[in-house]
Design a protein around this ligand. Structure first.
Ligand code: GRF
Length: 213
């Protein structure tokens, strides 16, 4: 299976994917930001990089057309959005329907959009987390593949909470990509998600825990 990763910044999720020993050929890492840290990381791990700078294109359609051309050059089976901070046009998203996934740092449908950790703290939620989902035209709304939940502690700040969530992002993103590569994951016509062969577990995360003093 061939995959292309899109990013805009640090690239820690991309790095987690590249290091996860997946049955995947990572054909390219593409950034809309020429100075994204993740590009150097990809290069150091031996993966080809490309930049499609949104500032060099007049409007969303022109940018998305150029981006799709760069992606399709690599003929990927899967397009992975790993901290890609551009809103994509509906035509672009439809072109990759069922073969483009994203990671979002919240338990969707709670906290779509930006600043999820600050908003989770402000809302006082006791459980927060991250979501891998198929991408659909509406931002952060696509069919959910896998989620991880973490407790929110009373002394958390944005940095401590985002670090706790990020650790789980680095676990569940490779998991979803592995399922896809193994043909165990797909988006059905009715927009539900099928994951084959996963073990059921009924354990619960209760936060704060019942035995807390
Ligand atoms: C992650 O929190 C991801 O969930 C969000 O953007 C951040 C990207 O971080 N979409 P990194 O570039 O993967 O380190």
């Amino acid at each position: 299976m061939r995959a292309v990763v899109l990013l805009s910044g640090r690239g820690s999720n991309m790095e987690a994917l590249l290091r996860a020993d997946l049955p995947v050929e990572f054909a390219a890492v593409i950034s809309n930001q020429p100075d994204a840290e993740g590009l150097a990381v990809a290069t150091s791990l031996g993966v080809a990089i490309a930049v499609v700078d949104h500032r060099q294109h007049d409007g969303r359609e022109a940018f998305d057309t150029a981006l799709a051309a760069e992606i399709d050059r690599h003929a990927p089976d899967l397009v992975i959005l790993a901290g890609f901070m551009r809103v994509l046009t509906a035509d672009f998203v439809r072109h990759y329907q069922g073969r483009m996934i994203n990671i979002h740092p919240a338990l969707l449908p709670a906290f779509p959009g930006l600043h999820t950790h600050a908003r989770a703290l402000a809302a006082g939620v006791r459980v927060h987390g991250c979501t891998v989902h198929f991408v659909t035209p509406e931002v952060d709304v696509g069919p959910i593949i896998v989620q991880a939940a973490v407790p929110v502690f009373q002394d958390d700040d944005e940095a401590s909470l985002s670090a706790r969530v990020l650790e789980q992002e680095h676990r569940i993103f490779p998991l979803a990509v592995r399922w896809y590569a193994e043909g165990r994951l797909d988006l059905r016509k009715d927009a539900t998600v099928r994951v084959e062969g996963v073990a059921a577990s009924a354990s619960a995360l209760i936060s704060p825990p019942p035995d807390a003093g």
